[in-house]
Ligand binder design. Sequence first.
Ligand code: AMP
Length: 329
Amino acid sequence: MNKRNLETKKAILEKIRQYDTIVLARHIRPDGDAIGSTHGLAESLRRSFPNKKVIVSNADFSDYLAFLKTSEEDPETIDYSSVLAIVLDTAGLDRCSNKLITKAKELIKIDHHIDIAPYGDISWVEDDRSSVCEMVTDFLFTFQDELVCDSRVATLLYTGMVTDSGRFRYIETTGETLRLAGFLLDKGIETQKLFANLYLEDFDYYKFQSYVFDKMNITENGVAYLYVDNAMQQQFGLSREQASSSVDFMSGIKGSLIWLAFIDNPDGTIRVRVRSRFLAINTLAEKYHGGGHANASGATAYSIDEMKALIADADAMLKDYKANNEGWI
Ligand code: AMP
């Protein structure tokens, strides 16, 4: 049994035992970890406690994760008066997709982001974990005599683990991450199918990729950046997820330790995806209405001028880092 935060995990299980109805929620614009952790835990609870009503309820979805075949309920249709809510992968409640979740009788937070906006009657936060799916797996592993983890549950959780850890590449990946991933793999996951769904793209998307390689910019000190404006999104028929994924095209440039993707939002604001290696960029994201992890954060630019200011700040940060550190590449 994994003893880390054992008392908190026991308290969460005890709350789950007490309630007949449990509602799970996660952050807006869900990624693999948000979908995997909410539905992985939900499916386990449904199998472990067949008499309980376990609902995942959020207001938005990400189409690229449709292959996981999950379904969610409209937050407006739920009576929250006697509900236990579990909110996963959501640093602050302002980013929760279910805006009514605070109406629940009691609320539990399970997260791996830095705890800058604490909430919940019980809060289990481990900001050094590679994913919340890893934490949920730890939870199921710890209480495996009571909580079911079959191939369906394992597939959902494994999806979140591999996506949020960059396929076990990011620095948060530990021996414990891989041991827990091994626990899931032993349950029978169709990994060929999973990775086909995660990697394969339409032909037009590759055309977009070649266009991006042509258009991407680099600052004097090595910040790579790209602006995927509305016209570009329309030209290549991109979904919002596809436009956003362009940030990953810039991750392999030598000397480019910070890379930024700016994506036009339908409301006129600009989504900023901020990535780095070796140096932390979450403070940069915080300065521009965002936040996140040391090497992966998100922000918002409200104008082209703000976008330019962010690029200039990133360039200054990188200049300073390169001048004072060795061993980066
Ligand atoms: P993204 O580029 O949107 O995938 O974001 C990378 C990481 O930063 C994710 O872990 C998000 O949870 C976090 N993040 C993104 N946007 C924000 C924001 N506005 N405020 C706080 N954290 C954010």
